[in-house]
Design a binder for this molecule. Structure first.
Ligand SMILES: Nc1ncnc2c1ncn2[C@@H]1O[C@H](COP(=O)(O)OP(=O)(O)OP(=O)(O)O)[C@@H](O)[C@H]1O
Length: 306
C-alpha cells in the first residue's frame, strides 16, 4: 500500500515553546488515521503543518508525494481540510457558503451545483440548505464546515476535532459520512481527544502527548500489544481480593475490582468458582474490553485528560 503522508522528525515551537518535538508518522492510502491526544498535545499544530498553514521549524513533511515546504499551495488545492474553528459566513445560507468555497477550489457552473446538492445530501442538511447559517445549531455548522472541504472531491481529507461540542445526531451524520468516504477510497486523517471516536472510526492511530508521539500503528496491533488485559468483578464478598492463580494486580474501581492478568478468560472462571464456593453475591463479572484508554494509561502512567 502506498503512503499518502510522511512526516519525518518534525519540530515546531511558538516563541520558544515547543509544540511538536521530533514527530515522525506515516499514513497509508485508504486508511482512517486517528491522531489522538489530550488538549494542548499538539494536534492542531500538526494539522496546520500538514496543510502548509503553518511552517515547521525542522524535519520534513510529504503529503500525497508533495513537499509541504515547497508545494503548500498545491497541497491546499488538492487536500480537504476541516479546521477546528468553524469558518462559515453566518449571514449567508449553507448553499451560498458552499458556492463560495467551491469556487475558491475552482469548481464552477452546473458541476458545482451538482456537487453542492450532493454534499448537502451527504451531511443531511438538504432541507435547511437555503436557511442562513446563523440559524443553525453548532452541530449543523460543523456538518456544513465538513461539506465545504469536500467540494473539490479530495482524495485526502484532514479533519481537526470535527465533533467537539456537538449533538449526537450531528455526530452520527459525521461518522456515517466519514465511513462512506473511506469506502470510496478517500484517506482520512482525524484528530480528536475522544478515544471512543478513534476506536469506532479509525484503523490506525498515533497517540500524541506533550508534542511527542508516544506510539503509533494499526489500532488492533496497539490494543493487542499495550492494552490492559483484565477482569472486572463486583461482589460484596471481598474486602481484599483472595490469592488467585494468574492474577497480576488488583485495583479498586468504583464498587468493583479490576483484576489484571495475562489470560482473562481463565481468571474469570477462577473468580466465578471462588465466589460460588462461598455462595457470594455477584453484581458484575466480565472481561474488560481492551481500550485505548488503557493503552494511554500504560504508556504514560496517566489517564487521558480532558
Ligand atoms: N499560536 C500559538 N502561540 C503560542 N502557543 C501556541 C499557539 N498555538 C498553540 N500553542 C501551544 O502549542 C501547544 C500545542 O497546541 P495545539 O493547539 O496544537 O494542541 P491541540 O492538541 O490541538 O489542543 P486542543 O485539543 O486544545 O486544540 C500548546 O501548548 C499550545 O498552548
Amino acid at each position: 500500500m502506498s503512503q499518502v503522508l510522511k512526516v519525518d522528525q518534525v519540530m515546531k515551537a511558538y516563541n520558544g515553546t515547543v509544540a511538536l518535538d521530533r514527530v515522525s508518522m506515516s499514513v497509508e492510502a485508504g486508511s482512517c488515521f486517528g491522531l489522538l491526544g489530550p488538549n494542548g498535545a499538539g494536534k492542531s499544530t500538526m494539522m496546520k503543518l500538514l496543510t502548509g498553514i503553518l511552517r515547521h521549524d525542522a524535519g520534513s513533511i510529504e503529503v500525497l508525494g508533495m513537499d509541504v515546504g515547497k508545494q503548500a499551495g498545491e497541497i491546499r488545492a488538492t487536500v480537504g481540510y476541516v479546521p477546528q474553528d468553524i469558518t462559515l459566513y453566518e449571514k449567508l445560507s449553507a448553499r451560498q457558503n458552499l458556492k463560495f468555497f467551491g469556487e475558491m477550489y475552482g469548481v464552477r457552473g452546473a458541476e458545482l451545483k451538482r456537487r453542492i446538492s450532493e454534499a448537502l445530501e451527504r451531511v443531511g442538511l438538504s432541507e435547511r440548505a437555503d436557511d442562513r447559517v446563523a440559524s443553525y445549531s453548532g452541530g449543523m455548522k460543523r456538518r456544513i464546515n465538513i461539506a465545504a472541504a469536500l467540494l473539490h472531491e479530495p482524495k485526502l481529507v484532514i479533519l481537526d476535532e470535527p465533533t467537539v461540542g456537538i449533538d449526537p445526531q450531528s455526530r452520527n451524520h459525521i461518522f456515517e459520512l466519514l465511513r462512506s468516504l473511506q469506502q470510496e477510497g478517500v484517506t482520512l486523517i482525524y484528530s480528536t481527544h475522544y478515544m471512543e471516536e478513534v476506536e469506532a472510526l479509525c484503523d490506525a492511530v498515533a497517540i500524541i502527548d506533550h508534542g511527542r508521539i508516544i506510539t503509533q500503528g494499526p489500532l488492533e496491533e496497539l490494543l493487542e500489544t499495550h492494552a490492559l488485559k483484565a477482569v472486572y468483578v463486583e461482589t460484596d464478598a471481598w474486602t481484599e481480593v483472595p490469592t488467585l492463580t494468574g492474577l497480576q494486580r488488583a485495583t479498586r474501581d468504583g464498587r468493583g475490582w479490576v483484576l489484571e492478568c495475562e489470560r482473562p478468560l481463565e481468571l474469570m472462571s477462577r473468580v466465578a468458582d471462588e465466589l460460588s464456593r462461598n455462595s457470594a453475591a455477584v453484581m458484575a463479572l466480565e472481561m474488560m474490553k481492551p481500550s485505548l484508554d488503557s493503552v494511554f494509561l500504560k504508556l504514560t502512567g496517566e489517564k487521558l485528560r480532558d
